[in-house]
Design a binder for this molecule. Structure first.
Ligand code: UDP
Ligand code: MG
Length: 327
């Protein structure tokens, strides 16, 4: 390897006071060993992004940045959500590093994969996806719903890396490309594969959440899945259009049938089927309107061009960072 890599690790944190001290400790050890093996530069950083937490998360981050220069902190002014926290962190540090790795704060993803990712980067890869081998530590429900989600997304034509969450390395080039995506509904797992560039996967076993509880309750998970689908695929709307067309054909047949019945004279007999089709068409219409509304809602959000996140503070002791090490 020619030159140590300047690596930034971006960690989104939402009410993570229970895990942060341990995460920081393990990151510190990892960074020390990567620095010693000359894999990474001493100017590398672990950047904690506080996503508008209500607990002591920011206090912990703040004191970490005072304790050791490898730690930096970004505080978002409000809870922008996991995807936006990751993106906000990545975009903030983009021009300061050679590559950035995003990883959850809860130590579910194996941090020892980071050096392997950095090595892949040194070999010339711009994107390295962290992929889970198995999901034994997740509950049956979480595993089934999550894997089902990947399958549905595939069926809908969205290019996702199976069992890859938001643990990935992006080179500076890839980050610059990502910064050109202006959309508000950021679904990073769907967008990163569309960036192109040379990419590869690194496999690991997913652990149980170290402490604290999941910040993704069922409601958030469902809305995340729904967002993912409607942000990337127009197939549901096509399907509804097809269903609408089929319903129209049925309706025409029913109309002919009713008219014929009327001419023959047994009007009564058509009543049940008429009522049925009435309900059926009503249902299809409602469903279609709902779905179209979903897309209009998306357009509405996009045209507002609201900022995806607002940074309240960025603490990074760059003045003291060991840049002289390079000279
Ligand atoms: N997170 C965040 N903002 C949110 C929700 C979650 O930054 O609004 C962070 C959280 O602190 C964690 C990561 O996103 O580092 C993943 O969340 P979690 O582990 O709760 O999700 P799960 O692993 O259960 O899917
Ligand atoms: Mg987690």
């Amino acid at each position: 390897m020619d030159k140590p890599i300047k690596l930034y690790v971006v960690v989104p944190c939402y009410n993570e006071e229970a895990v942060l001290p341990e995460t920081a400790k393990r990151m510190e050890e990892l960074f020390e060993s990567m620095c010693q093996s000359l894999l990474i530069d001493r100017g590398s950083r672990v950047v904690f992004v506080d996503d508008g937490s209500r607990d002591k998360t920011w206090n912990i981050i703040d004191s970490l940045t005072k304790k050791n220069d490898i730690f930096a902190g970004i505080r978002l002014a409000h809870n922008a959500g996991h995807q936006n926290a990751v993106l906000g962190g990545m975009m903030t540090v983009m021009n300061e590093c050679d590559c950035a790795v995003s990883i959850d704060a809860d130590l579910q993803d194996d941090i020892n994969v980071i050096p392997r990712m950095a090595e892949r980067f040194a070999e010339g890869y711009d994107v390295v996806f962290g992929v889970r081998n198995k999901r034994e530590t997740d509950t049956w429900f979480k595993r089934t719903t999550a894997e089902g989600f990947y399958k549905v997304m595939r069926m809908l034509g969205v290019d996702l890396v199976f069992n890859h969450a938001d643990f990935r390395l992006l080179s500076r080039r890839a980050l610059a490309a990502l910064s050109q995506y202006p959309e508000r509904n950021m679904f990073l797992r769907g967008i990163v594969p569309t960036l192109g560039f040379r990419s590869t996967c690194e496999y690991y076993d997913r652990q149980e959440r170290f402490a604290g509880e999941s910040k993704y309750p069922l409601k958030k998970m469902l809305s995340f899945a729904f967002d993912g689908i409607t942000s990337f695929s127009i197939r549901p709307i096509r399907f509804i259009s097809g269903l609408g067309a089929a319903a129209c054909i049925v309706a025409i047949v029913m109309a002919v049938y009713t008219i014929v019945c009327k001419i023959i004279g047994h009007t009564d007999s058509g009543w049940a089927s008429l009522m049925l089709s009435l309900w059926f068409i009503g249902g299809v219409q409602l469903l279609s309107i709902g779905l179209i509304g979903e897309y209009i809602g998306k357009i509405y959000k996009e045209v507002k061009r609201r900022p995806r996140y607002i940074i309240e503070a960025y603490v990074n002791n760059r003045e003291t960072k060991a840049e002289d090490d390079n000279t």
